[in-house]
Each structure stands twice: as structure tokens, then as C-alpha cells.
Design a protein around this ligand. Structure first.
Ligand SMILES: Nc1ncnc2c1ncn2[C@@H]1O[C@H](COP(=O)(O)OP(=O)(O)OP(=O)(O)O)[C@@H](O)[C@H]1O
Ligand SMILES: Nc1nc2c(ncn2[C@@H]2O[C@H](COP(=O)(O)O)[C@@H](O)[C@H]2O)c(=O)[nH]1
Length: 317
């Protein structure tokens, strides 16, 4: 009684493949992400035959392996992908990806373009992001690699030669969903968070208008980067609503969040698949900060108890 028909089940969040030439800042950006969103993302710990750098920990940064052992394990099918990169063997084991999924987190893969191409051919549906340096590209990579001071001169030269090829391959528009220029680190990090559907304080202050829309007895208010949903009227079972998509963007680039709202207040409960459901409550406010809003347009797509999807646009002033 009163249950709505669910017309769409949100896809689980996709793993994120991060690529880019050596020295561009992939590890730095991922490190920031892992620190700030420890509960949300998990790093896919690759195997490599390269020697550990100072402060690299086996099992944390990489699983350091000998070439014969790794080659044997590749033959045994233990790897989702593997590639020869800068003269060493690197690979993503199935176990590394599964460990992240088992922890209920979104998997972040830091792999080269060959690896990304292989993952694209696999069953894993991922989001592909290529990180580019600012111009002059190779000079900037050289500056960063020298600053990092982890490679010999010969290795730096090899990495820079490979960087030219990687930058060329990134022009393959069928491979990457997003290209991100890491010029200013803080800015690049903010942009990465937006691509990943995460909040940024800078973005939230941008959206400081208030707009209201009435949806089947539920009032949706957009205010200061938050969506507030409040029910009013006589509570009946038919007041059950489910927010299944929250989309925001400027019409040309719409970002969709599938398992959108974290509900504060009660009563509420969430479905097992993470879709929040608002149920019979009178004048109860539900809120979740949606700080990633970077444009004034918002679309909340809800299913009513009748099962018919209702999409309503809300514009913040
Ligand atoms: N936006 C930036 N501006 C200047 N330096 C940066 C920026 N981003 C990262 N760096 C620095 O550049 C160096 C290389 O960064 P990082 O190790 O993250 O690169 P990477 O892409 O992971 O390289 P690799 O593929 O070789 O592992 C580091 O010393 C880092 O501090
Ligand atoms: N194809 C794969 N590439 C990988 C993997 N893990 C890391 N990498 C890439 O190797 C280079 C060099 O890394 P470094 O740590 O030695 O500087 C860099 O481009 C990484 O993205 C992997 O499992 N598969």
C-alpha cells in the first residue's frame, strides 16, 4: 500500500581511471582526494616490478613484485590489465579492484594510457579522466619530475619521451570522458571534485540563491547550496516520494547524482540501493548540502507514489 513503482535503479558509482604523463600530478591529486574522502574512495593498489622509492610502502603505494612472479600471475589471469611502462611492468590485479569494492568504496585507478585502453575493453564500466600539464607541457613535466627528485636523469628522459606519446594518445576522444589541466594544484583539485560529483566550498558559495518548487505536496527548496525538502499537508501513504536523480548544471553540461540525498531529520529511511525515500511526515525538513553546485540551475527528479516520474526544474536566483 502506498508503494511507488520505481522506474529506474541507479547504477552503482563507477570506478575512476586517472591517467596522465609522469609528473603531471596524478598521485598528488589522488592523495588529496583519498585524504579528504577516505570513506568514499579506495585506491587500487597496483603491482609493479619497479623498485620502491623512499617512503613508498609495499601494499600501500604498490605491491612490489619481481618480474617472474608478476609475469606468472598475469598468465594465471590475476590481472585486469597490465602494461610495460617506462621499462617496468605494472598491473591492476582483480583482487586490488575487488578489495575496494568490498569496502563499499569507489575505486580509483592510477594507470597509464595502455592500461586505460585495456580497462575500457574489459567488463568494468569506468569514468576516464586524463590529467594534462599546462603549456609548455613537456618543459613543465620536466620541471616537476626534477622537483620530485625520485628518478635518475636517464629515467627522467625516458619518462619525458613517453609523455609526448601519452599526450598524443590522449587526443583519442573516444577514450577519455574528461581532460583536466593541472596548472594550479588547488584549482585542479576543485575541478576534479566537480567531475567526481563532490562538493567544493568555492562552488557552494556560488549558488547562494533560494528557489522553491512544490512537488506533489513536497516543497523543494534550494538555498545556499542545499536542497531542503519539506512535506506539508495531510500525511498519507501517497506522500511517499523518492529522489532518484538530482541533476544540476547549466543545460549544456548536466551532472547527475544518482543516489543523491542524505536525509537529516526523521522519519526517513533509505532503500538498500541507497536511494533515499521520504515518507509520511508532516512538516519535516530533510536536507543535504549539495555543495558542488556550480551553476544556478537545478533539476530534481522524483517519483511520486503514483509511480510517474516528475521532473521539475528549480532555478536559484
Ligand atoms: N599543479 C602543480 N604545480 C606544480 N607542481 C605540482 C603540481 N601538481 C603536482 N606537482 C608536483 O609535481 C611532482 C609530480 O607529481 P606526482 O608525483 O603527483 O605526479 P604523477 O603524475 O603521479 O607522476 P608519476 O606518473 O611519475 O607517478 C610532485 O613533486 C608534485 O608535488
Ligand atoms: N597500466 C598500468 N599503469 C600503471 C599502473 N600503476 C601505475 N601505472 C602507471 O605507471 C606510471 C609510472 O608510475 P610510477 O609510480 O612509477 O611513477 C604512471 O603513469 C602510472 O599511472 C598499473 O597498474 N597499470
Amino acid at each position: 500500500m502506498g508503494m511507488k513503482a520505481v522506474t529506474s535503479v541507479p547504477e552503482p558509482p563507477r570506478p575512476v581511471v586517472i591517467c596522465g604523463p609522469s609528473g603531471v600530478g596524478k598521485g598528488t591529486l589522488i592523495g588529496k582526494l583519498m585524504k579528504d574522502f577516505l570513506d568514499k574512495f579506495g585506491f587500487s593498489v597496483s603491482h609493479t616490478t619497479r623498485a620502491p622509492r623512499i617512503r613508498e610502502i609495499d601494499g600501500v603505494h604498490y605491491h612490489f613484485a619481481s618480474r617472474p612472479v608478476m609475469e606468472q600471475e598475469i598468465k594465471e589471469g590475476k590481472f585486469l590489465e597490465s602494461a610495460e611502462v617506462h621499462g617496468n611492468l605494472y598491473g591492476t590485479s582483480w583482487a586490488a579492484v575487488e578489495a575496494v569494492a568490498d569496502a563499499g568504496k569507489i575505486c580509483i585507478l592510477d594507470i597509464d594510457v595502455q592500461g586505460a585502453q585495456a580497462v575500457k575493453k574489459s567488463a568494468l564500466k569506468a569514468t576516464y579522466i586524463f590529467i594534462k600539464p599546462p603549456a609548455p607541457e613537456v618543459k613543465e613535466l620536466e620541471r616537476r619530475l626534477r622537483g620530485r627528485d625520485t628518478e635518475t636523469e636517464e629515467q627522467i628522459q625516458k619518462r619525458l619521451r613517453n609523455a609526448k606519446q601519452e599526450l598524443e594518445r590522449a587526443k583519442d576522444t573516444t577514450l577519455f570522458d574528461h581532460i583536466l589541466v593541472n596548472a594550479n594544484l588547488d584549482q585542479a583539485y576543485e575541478e576534479l571534485k566537480v567531475l567526481l560529483g563532490l562538493g567544493s566550498s568555492a562552488a557552494s558559495t556560488h549558488c547562494n540563491g533560494t528557489a522553491k518548487h512544490q512537488l506533489n505536496g513536497v516543497q523543494a527548496t534550494l538555498s545556499n547550496g542545499c536542497i531542503l525538502l519539506s512535506e506539508s499537508g495531510t500525511p498519507t501513504n501517497s506522500h511517499e516520494l523518492e529522489a532518484d536523480h538530482v541533476m544540476y548544471g547549466n543545460g549544456s553540461s548536466v551532472i547527475t547524482r544518482s543516489n543523491g540525498l542524505f536525509l537529516n531529520g526523521s522519519p526517513h529511511h533509505s532503500k538498500a540501493n541507497g536511494v533515499p525515500k521520504l515518507s509520511n511526515s508532516l512538516s519535516t525538513n530533510y536536507s543535504r548540502s549539495l555543495p558542488m553546485l556550480n551553476s544556478p540551475d537545478l533539476l530534481v527528479n522524483m517519483h511520486s507514489a503514483t509511480g510517474s516520474p516528475r521532473a521539475k526544474g528549480i532555478s536559484a536566483s
